[in-house]
Write a protein of this length. Structure first.
Length: 184
């Protein structure tokens, strides 16, 4: 095949990728794409606490659409890129407190989830990415910098954990709005 033929073939492949939603699909990290199937970014935002940048968040949803009111019935992934060093224990404890504020789950469930998070969440450094994948009725999987680090087997955990960002009662409504900006 001549170099001009190869160039033409490459151009045709790029055009097909663009027509098929290539740029959005290309923005999905490979490990999240494998976990979700055909997905696309829905939105992103930044969490600050008393003016300190804690993390940037990105939500990935099915390419076919996403209903935020029923987030717990649909597959999606949430990726947090940390702006500072945090202990895994602090991440787990803060997550537990936010789930309790939302009133999701029983006390016994929250105690089990807290133990699972304490065992699972690693210490993170600035620039590291921690991602969670929700698939209804299945375990919630967690990835650190693209590597699977574990899962929480209780399917109800996903509704509770991701409610921190996606429930209408979230403590960070501006972040929620940014994450869901292009979800539909």
């Amino acid at each position: 095949m001549s170099s001009s033929s190869r160039s033409l073939a490459r151009s045709a492949l790029v055009a097909l990728a663009l027509l098929a939603g290539g740029p959005a699909l290309a923005d999905v990290p490979p490990h999240l794409g494998r976990a979700l199937g055909e997905a696309r970014p829905a939105g992103s935002g930044r969490l600050t606490w008393f003016g300190l940048h804690v993390y940037d968040a990105r939500l990935f949803v099915p390419a076919t659409g996403f209903d935020a009111r029923r987030y717990f019935e649909q597959p999606f992934a949430l990726e947090l890129t940390y702006a500072r060093r945090l202990q895994g224990r602090a991440i787990a404890e803060r997550s537990d407190a936010e789930i309790a504020k939302l009133g999701i789950g029983t006390e016994a469930q929250r105690a089990r989830w807290r133990q699972a998070m304490l065992a699972l969440f690693p210490d993170v450094q600035a620039g590291q990415k921690l991602a969670g994948v929700h698939v209804p009725g299945q375990a919630t999987e967690f990835y650190l910098d693209g590597q699977l680090i574990g899962r929480v087997d209780d399917p109800a955990f996903g509704t509770a954990f991701f409610g921190i960002w996606l429930d209408a009662r979230t403590p960070a409504p501006d972040l929620r709005a940014n994450l869901l900006k292009q979800a539909l």
